[in-house]
Write a protein that binds this ligand. Structure first.
Ligand code: GLV
Ligand code: MN
Ligand code: MN
Length: 404
């Protein structure tokens, strides 16, 4: 499976993945998913929001155990963020069949659409739509960097955008959702464990800062006469770092667009996107308020204008305790390792479909050790032994939940 996926959407120069929602590379990944489902005799379907499902047992019976993740990527993303969860789900099913496990609950593997939001700016579009956290009207207004509306992109990829919308009946038929994911930090590396269980996801969001000034000639406009939004932007980037450090959160400007984007012109517009996260809401508010206040103060001094728009927000997610405890019990039952450890429980600052679904469905996550912690980068990695430990842990968990 890993070999099949490896070349899809891989950029020759960077070695990173560019699997953006509803593009050709995404379509190849989706086709791969359908083939994996069919090769195992699973019932395949794409739901009204374009999420893919592979069913063992009756999808309508209710109380299903579902596992999966996503196959799309950030710009120049790594191979593991998303695909590790989907591949491990199929591999865990293969392992359960090898064990001769008898399923007593319906079981499904999913690939949620557009998890990263790399193309249309909003993360977890497929799961947000299904959970009713994004309306079809708002989704239809999303556009990519070239101005292509989401409905047109979906249609071009063969999915009918008229069906978009909440899917409460589908979610009500899920008794438990478990997402396995590569860890995007070094907690497991530091604790020396191949696999961990998630406790919570930090609240996080994306804010668009539009800094407007006056376009003018770089070679003839006196410094004193300039209204340069790039300066306000630069001050704001520094403020983001400072506010995050002081409050104990995280703040990142990782994407910027400049107009007219000419080397010899003072810009008229600098548009920067702030990604901010923190362990709790009060800290997140302090970071974002502090960045906006600093940006406004500088704009005032520099004669530039500023608009701030919150483009997305996900509140803190505390994964369901009963399911988490059950998973810890199943994994703990295997006994401590040579060092006497059972399974570590850890929080994360990364967003996931599991976080979105947790508002509607009992949800849990497993993390697989990432030796460097690097993610959203071609350097993202997990060792093969750890990936296999993840598959076995997932199989154990699914067996505990779905099999007699
Ligand atoms: C998703 O990976 C996110 O946390 O941005
Ligand atoms: Mn990601
Ligand atoms: Mn992911």
């Amino acid at each position: 499976m890993w070999r099949d996926l490896a070349p899809i959407g891989r950029h020759a120069d960077s070695g990173g993945y560019r699997r953006y929602a509803w593009t050709g590379a995404d379509g190849e990944c989706r086709e791969w998913f359908r083939e994996q489902a069919e090769a195992r005799g699973l019932g395949y379907e794409a739901d009204r929001n374009g999420n893919q499902w592979a069913w063992l047992g009756d999808p309508l019976a209710g109380d299903a155990v579902v596992t999966g993740s996503h196959l799309d990527s950030v710009p120049d993303g790594g191979a593991f963020d998303g695909p590790l969860g989907v591949v491990s789900s199929f591999a865990a099913l293969d392992e359960l069949r090898r064990r001769g496990a008898q399923f007593t609950r319906p079981f499904a593997i999913t690939n949620f659409g557009d998890e990263e939001g790399a193309r249309f700016g909003l993360a977890c579009v497929g799961s947000r739509l299904a959970a009713g956290q994004l309306t079809a009207e708002k989704a239809r207004l999303l556009r990519d960097g070239d101005g292509v509306p989401l409905p047109r992109a979906m249609e071009a990829a063969g999915h009918d955008p008229d069906t978009l919308g909440p899917d409460p009946e589908r979610l009500a038929r899920i008794g438990a959702f478990v997402e396995l994911h590569v860890e995007q930090g070094r907690a497991l590396d530091l604790s020396g464990d191949p696999v961990g269980v998630a406790s919570a996801i930090w609240p996080h969001g994306r804010w668009r800062f539009d800094f407007r000034g006056e376009a003018n000639h770089a070679g003839t406009t006196r410094l004193a006469d300039r209204r340069d939004p790039m300066l306000t932007y630069a001050e704001t980037v520094l403020a983001a770092r400072r506010e995050a450090r002081l409050a104990g959160g995280l703040a990142t400007f990782g994407k910027v667009a400049v107009e007219p984007n000419g080397v010899n012109a003072i810009p008229s517009l600098v548009r920067g996107w702030l990604d901010a996260r923190a362990a709790d809401q009060a800290t997140l508010d302090a970071v974002v308020d502090g960045v906006e206040r600093a940006a406004r103060e500088h704009a005032e001094r520099a004669g530039t204008d500023l608009d701030v728009v919150r483009e997305s927000f996900t509140p803190v997610v505390e994964f369901q305790h009963a399911l988490r405890d059950e998973i810890c019990r199943v994994l703990g039952k295997r006994g401590p390792d040579e060092a006497g450890r059972t399974v570590p429980v850890l929080g994360t600052g990364a967003g996931h479909d599991a976080g979105i679904l947790s508002a509607s469905v009992p949800t849990a996550m497993l993390f697989v050790r990432n030796p460097t912690g690097i993610s959203h980068s071609p350097a993202e990695h997990a060792a093969e032994d750890d990936c296999m430990a993840g598959v076995i842990a997932l199989a154990d968990v699914l067996e505990g939940l779905a099999c007699s």
